[in-house]
Design a protein around this ligand. Sequence first.
Ligand SMILES: [Fe+2]
Length: 259
Amino acid sequence: MKNILKTGILFLSLLTFGGCKKDKDLVEVTIPEPEKAVSQQVGDPDDVKAEDPDGPFQMIPLPYAYNALEPFIDAKTMEIHYSKHHVNYCNKLNAAVKGTELENKNIEEILAKLDSKNLDLRNNGGGYYNHNLFFEILGQNATEPTDEIAEKITLDFGSFDEFKKHFSEKANKIFGSGWVWLIVDMNGKLVITTTTNQDNPLMPNAEQKGKPILALDVWEHAYYLKYQNKRKDYIEAFYNVINWKKVNEKFNEIKPKTE
Ligand SMILES: [Fe+2]
């Protein structure tokens, strides 16, 4: 009898407790999703520095936090990409130019006159330039293109939707590791092109040469943690994190030289 009474009291208590906590209070104790918990365990991009503080090439600070591009690009991927892969290209580039005449040249000059047989310089110089551009043109609160770049995209591709269609097609066709580019070619026209490994359209061996204003990294290290084998989904997510204002700035820097 005592046991029955105890059970009844417990049951009533649970009912009362559940009734009091209903709706408002229960919402406040939601357990964080595992993905969010992992995402919070990231460092500060400002702590990432080149190994050689006097080297000619240094890390350009990220203009946003590692988690700024979520949910499209997760914080952990951004952290590994910037603090492991990118800094490695930077360090190896400094080592490759040390004690040579290239120490006093900027990265664009080095790549434009690159000896493609110099794989150390080609891979690390390319990696350094490519990632600088990629990280620069990403951003939160991304919007569709505006101003001059919007007009030029409509002029050269027909519409923004057509541009996205062609860009995604090219990105999906890359076999293995590589990059997709929006460049301004020698005639001042916008062109979408691709390169493999860490090559880029500034290099003498590029099939399509020009000045890049937008880049998408399709190496597995850029997306595999979140997207695994679904590279197509990563490519589509990219359109949500393009800082078109920055792309427009880069377009305007080049425009006077080509028109
Ligand atoms: Fe990368």
